[in-house]
Design a binder for this molecule. Structure first.
Ligand SMILES: Cc1ncc(COP(=O)(O)O)c(C=O)c1O
Length: 452
């Protein structure tokens, strides 16, 4: 996409911001966007076909104009705050829900593992990359969640992708929430498995779809526990009932549920007080556990199978020592200090209530993810940019994560945000929201939002 201005990081007036966004955002609604190779060079067809893709061109255009909401580098990260463009910024965009990335014990565990094992295991767990930290993590997470065994992958994405692609077979009946994470979708596609998408968190639709198949083949229902963009919680009690009525097993992705749901952060089954738990649970170290990595917990037979047959486990290097050690230390803190879970949730409720009172249309903050709806991409991107200028970082959610003409700001809250941080966030949201016209414009829709 051609743009007529130089990149700029300086403060922009709202009018100038809107002018720049208006140059690129309409591209989101198109099927292809004009895009010329730089300097008119001829490109091989292999690369030329990568041009004109609306999301890519819009983001490239936004970058060229200095108004992209993505890839904003942080010069420092201190948990609740960061330094962005040289300015102290309130971090409301991180999945560091329990605020453990700078906890002294987590930092120390990482340092110690770095000293003892070096920077990398330089090999797969199967052959030469297993260290005691990996095994301890696996034993402790399995014990924490109440499953016989667990396996630690190098990322959450690889855990979902590797587990689902090797556990599911051709002919299985696999049912997946249509809003499930990309790593689940990738795990189910490409290996000849036919899966059926059911309407988002709609247990009637799930049951209807299961009933449309002849019973017999193995059945698996796969769902996120907390949906990552909206913060919505899966209707697990009903999902378990449907599953058991129809002889299906349940695979639950607790990436955002671990450390945020239930009195002690054990996830959705604890949140709902269920004795009948999902058969397999996936989780990640990259959110509440302040590290990077992913795991599957479940019956020994399944975990042993994954240890030898999950390709993203067998054919990829083990989680780096310092990273795995940080995750293990964070898990131990979560077990020892469960109050952190409620602290994160109470911060989320406080912020969500405040935002609603200001007139923003947002989710309730039951978990530390708050989705703030914008009228459209222009309003959302303008709000996001103006917030960054005012020293508050949130996450911008655009198509394809939401439908083409929609946009939202995804706020995430930490246990270590103080009330001062949150009050400051509310002040900034109010000032910026009024400037952008996201609140306080007096139209009926906005008044409706305030009373919801
Ligand atoms: C629901 C869900 N599952 C899996 C993942 C992948 O986790 P990771 O970032 O550890 O690879 C994510 C992360 O974005 C997620 O939100």
């Amino acid at each position: 996409m051609q743009v007529d201005s130089e990149p700029m990081r300086d403060e922009l007036s709202i009018n100038e911001l809107r002018r720049r966004l208006a140059q690129v955002l309409p591209g989101l609604l198109q099927n292809t966007v004009p895009s010329d190779p730089p300097n008119g060079e001829v490109e091989p067809a292999f690369f030329a076909r990568l041009r004109g893709i609306p999301t890519v061109e819009v983001c490239r255009g936004g970058e060229a104009l200095g108004v992209s909401p993505f890839f904003i580098p942080a010069e420092a990260l201190d948990g609740p705050t960061a330094v962005i463009h040289g300015r102290e910024t309130l971090m409301l965009g991180s999945n560091n829900y329990l605020g453990l990335t700078r906890h002294p014990e987590v930092m120390e565990a990482a340092r110690e593992a770095l000293e003892r094992y070096g920077t990398s295991c330089t090999g797969s767990r199967l052959l030469n990359g297993t260290i005691p930290v990996h095994i301890e993590f696996e034993e402790e997470i399995a014990d924490f969640l109440g499953y016989p065994k667990a396996i630690l992958f190098s990322s959450g994405f690889m855990a979902n992708q590797g587990a689902l692609s090797s556990l599911c077979r051709r002919g299985d009946q696999v049912f997946s929430d249509r809003d499930n994470h990309a790593s689940i979708v990738d795990g189910m596609t490409g290996f000849g498995v036919r899966y059926v998408r059911y309407a988002h968190n709609d247990m009637e639709d799930l049951e209807k779809r299961i009933k449309s198949f002849e019973p017999g083949p193995p059945r698996l229902i796969v769902s996120d526990s907390v949906f990552s963009m909206s913060g919505e919680i899966v209707k697990l009690p009903q999902l378990m009932q449907v599953a058991r009525r129809h002889g299906a097993l349940v695979y639950l992705d607790e990436a955002h549920g671990l450390g945020t749901l239930g009195a002690t952060g054990r996830g959705a089954a604890e949140h709902f007080g269920l004795s009948d738990k999902p058969d397999l649970v996936m989780g990640t170290l990259s959110k509440s556990l302040a590290a990077v990595g992913g795991f599957i917990a479940g019956p020994t037979v399944a975990i042993d199978f994954l240890r030898f047959c999950a390709r993203s486990f067998v054919f990829s290097a083990a989680a780096a020592p310092a990273v795995a050690a940080a995750g293990l230390a964070a898990l131990r803190i979560l077990r020892r200090e469960p109050d952190r879970v409620e602290a994160a949730r109470s911060n989320a409720r406080y912020l969500a209530n405040g935002l609603r009172q200001l007139g923003f249309e947002c989710s309730s903050g039951t978990v530390p993810i708050i989705a703030v709806q914008a009228a459209d991409a222009m309003e959302g991107c303008a709000m996001h940019f103006a917030l960054v200028q005012a020293g508050v970082l949130t996450n911008m959610v655009l198509y394809p994560a939401v439908p083409k003409n929609e946009a939202m700001l995804r706020i995430s809250v930490m246990a270590t945000h103080t009330r001062q941080h949150l009050d400051h966030a509310l002040e900034v949201f109010e000032t910026v929201g009024k400037k952008i016209g996201m609140i306080g414009s007096g139209d009926a829709r906005r008044r409706e939002r305030a009373v919801k």
